[in-house]
Design a protein. Structure first.
Length: 523
């Protein structure tokens, strides 16, 4: 658009023109139009820098707000400006909200829902808080069943003779690390910035990364944001002491097949998020996101073993106190390396080794020539190692538990007990400051894993038998893995998040092969 005047517009006229352009094209108005570094000075009458004003010079579509004047956008009818903006989104780089009058169409012209009266308007802006899942506000109370929400909050300014009725609100969640399930989200609308006495909507739909809510009727001075959990969920519905939950189907910085990942957001409430840890090479080979690797679910490919160009995933904090804990992982590999009896020199799936050869109090799961080993004491010797091998390029559930008092350890593969031990009674295994996924806490050349890791779970307690059944049943159904019923009794059962058995291994023992299923389990 090009506009020319034969004379210099007055300050008020200039503000009217700039407001028209800013609303139409989603551009934030400057709050310092005279360039004197003083923000929100008076322009004329009651008009200040940063205000959005109508063509009459007196209708304020948006008055500058020091807190919420970021990513300002709006729906406005202004007949003297020939402005008929029926849907809008700020063109700022981190803007994620689009609002349309009744609906959101492909273009403004295709939105057939005209505003009723001249100078009807709905404007919004935000306080520029973080949008990412990793920065969400947790422990939310007083908003129905919502337990956490996006940190960013938006403010509404609505006015005109008629105002704006029902709207459609869309959030662009691309790259923010949120869930891919529409049912995990709640739209929160409140008359207060504290979000008390909120109205909530759970009718969201997801189309790719676009989360959309319909039928939202705002009031002037409303606030809104996005609830990111309708109710607490966890693997098998087990949330108590859940301190790390890395899922390849949620929280990775990319969901594009065969694309390098750089971050992996913890889906537990503990925010033990993970990022890449690179070896000192010059040509880094990053882990790859692979979109349909195990039973139609994604996995992360850790690669380049034995090379200084390797890279793996490491948490930014320690997901366990090192007392009682449970480590669980879904892995698939054909790797055949490692050193017998040397925890530090074997490919690590979950590695808490900090420094080579120091005999510090370390813990983790490794593989040595296809055998799975568990360490949870001082020194590098394996505390438990499987007799069989599991480097058969099929997915497996690895579960290891430790009870501090008495030092009892147990290792399971696909639900089958692979060994127990009693070592290091009373020791607190907290030497590592974080854990590695695909290597140790501190990178070790011989410890680089080569294979797929689809899910990693750490509980800060040992699981009961019933809890372990629920967690492993969730993983087995998700990744098409048959839980072993070799021990008889309840071994091999599949229970849902409420503890109800959905597959009785002993009653169906003749058919307990290649078990798979279709399941919806919100817990």
């Amino acid at each position: 658009m090009v506009i020319s005047f034969s004379a210099r517009p007055s300050d008020t006229d200039h503000a009217q023109v700039q407001s028209y352009l800013a609303i139409k094209y989603g551009i934030n108005l400057s709050t310092d139009t005279d360039g004197d570094a003083i923000v929100n000075e008076n322009i004329s009458g009651s008009l200040d820098e940063g205000d959005y004003v109508g063509s009459d010079g007196s209708t304020f579509y948006w008055e500058y707000d020091a807190t919420y004047s970021n990513d300002v956008a709006g729906i406005v009818r202004d007949d003297n400006s020939c402005l008929d903006q029926r849907q809008g989104k700020s063109e700022s780089t981190d803007a994620i909200v689009t609002i349309g009058n009744n609906t959101i169409a492909a273009t403004n012209q295709e939105n057939t829902n005209a505003l009723t009266t001249d100078r009807d308007h709905l404007m919004w802006g935000n306080a520029d808080a973080a949008r990412e899942f990793a920065s969400r506000t947790t422990g939310v109370t007083g908003i129905g069943s919502v337990t956490e929400r996006m940190t960013r909050i938006w403010h509404i300014n609505e006015g005109g003779a008629t105002g704006v009725g029902n709207t459609t609100v869309s959030f662009d969640l691309a790259g923010l690390g949120y869930s891919s399930n529409a049912s995990d989200f709640t739209f929160i609308q409140s008359a207060s910035a504290s979000l008390t006495s909120a109205t909530t909507y759970t009718n969201g739909t997801l189309n790719g990364d676009e989360l959309t809510f319909t039928g939202i009727n705002f009031n002037d001075e409303d606030f809104f944001t996005l609830g990111t959990a309708v109710s607490a969920c966890g693997p098998g519905g087990v949330t108590t002491d859940l301190n790390l939950w890395l899922r390849a189907d949620s929280g990775t910085n990319t969901s594009t097949d065969n694309t390098a990942i750089s971050s992996w957001t913890d889906q537990s409430s503990s925010a033990n998020n993970a990022t890449n840890v690179d070896f000192p090479g010059s040509t880094i080979i990053n882990p790859l996101y692979q979109d349909s690797e195990i039973n139609f679910n994604p996995a992360i490919q850790i690669q380049d073993p034995g090379s200084n160009n390797a890279s793996f995933i490491g948490t930014t904090s320690l997901p366990t106190t090192g007392a009682d804990f449970t480590l669980i992982a879904i892995v698939e590999t054909g790797q055949n390396t490692g050193t017998q009896g040397n925890f530090n020199e074997s490919p690590a799936i979950i590695g808490g080794e900090t420094t080579s050869g120091t005999g510090l109090l370390d813990f983790g799961l490794v593989m040595e020539s296809g055998q799975v080993a568990f360490n949870a004491s001082s020194g590098d010797a394996f505390d438990i190692e499987t007799t069989g091998t599991f480097n058969d390029n099929f997915p497996h559930i690895l579960t290891a538990t430790r009870v501090q008092t008495g030092g009892s350890l147990a290792l399971f593969v696909d639900g089958n007990s692979e060994g127990t031990a009693t070592v290091g009674s009373g020791l607190t295994l907290n030497e590592a400051g974080s854990v590695g996924i695909g290597n140790h806490d501190s990178e070790e050349l011989a410890s680089q894993f080569d294979g797929k890791i689809a899910e990693v779970i750490v509980f800060n307690d040992d699981l009961t038998a019933a809890e372990q059944t629920r967690v492993e049943a969730y993983l087995a159904l998700k990744y098409g893995i048959t839980r072993s019923n070799a021990a008889g009794g309840d071994a091999g059962d599949y229970a849902n998040s409420s503890g109800t058995n959905v597959w009785d291994a002993s009653a169906l023992s003749a058919y307990h092969h290649d078990v798979a299923g279709l399941v919806s389990d919100d817990g």
